[in-house]
Design a protein around this ligand. Sequence first.
Ligand code: NCD
Length: 316
Amino acid sequence: MLIKTYSRRIKMFSKKFPEGIISAKQFDREDVEYILSKGREMISIKNSDLLKGKILATLFFEPSTRTRLSFESSMYRLGGNVIGFHSGDVSSIKKGESIADTIRTVENYSDCIVIRHPLEGAARMAAKFAKIPVINAGSGSGEHPTQALLDLLTITEEVGALDGLNIGIMGDLKYGRTVHSLAILLSNFNVNTYFISPVELKMRNRDKDSLRQRQMNYKEITNFRKILNTLDVLYMTRIQKERFIDLEEYEKVKDFYIFRENDLNDTKDNFRLLHPLPRITEISPDVDKSNKSIYFKQTSFGIPMRKAILAELMQD
Ligand code: NCD
């Protein structure tokens, strides 16, 4: 019954975003609220045949655990099938084939393409060549819009409505693609945002310019302990070692932030700690057992959110 209700709803995204989901910039507030409501509906629909007969292609040119597996699991849970590869080394790109030619081929074998690639423009370029929708599952240091959507689903389910929240986004704001997409999505809401980073890893000017254009209310700080007691949410990120040109620079900042168990004492009762994962050293393992640490629960929201996205783009 639930499934029937779900499938009868108007599919906004396949009409509005025929190219797929490339950037968080595509989404206005209404779009975010719409897809979050679809994600919420999917929480109670474990398995269905909504995408029976459909094929998803997952083209991963960079390592992934959560993103690829949750896309694939979501597709199977909706009755669909998956093809793809999880390393550039095993596809014909290794032989010198261009992304454009790869896409022109894979579109004949599937109904939607999920791509992760080290180049910032890769997903956009793939969408330009594809006649089927493309989903950006991480484009270099650029964006990772579906992660940001699942982050918002986590916050709205576990903390509450976004308007009025104090949210800290901390770590590698220069190279971290999840935080770029998250900040863009949050710019649609009345959130007080703190960008917390070492000076070397501040949000890039071009990203800040576009957030200012979107009238986002944010402050940049370095010491998270100064504002920790005011935060509802702290979204931590890993320092993105693989993006550094000079590894000595990475060594200087790699342990800049370590969130420790005693930091929890300074947080509000309803404070929640998020992280897209993988976590390296930035959250001490003894923080995991606190009910304020919800980064593993956050991974579970990848399924309903991605099921909703896939259904939007592929459902007949
Ligand atoms: C992130 C990514 O790949 O950008 N991981 C993820 O998708 N959950 C974060 C990271 O690698 O630091």
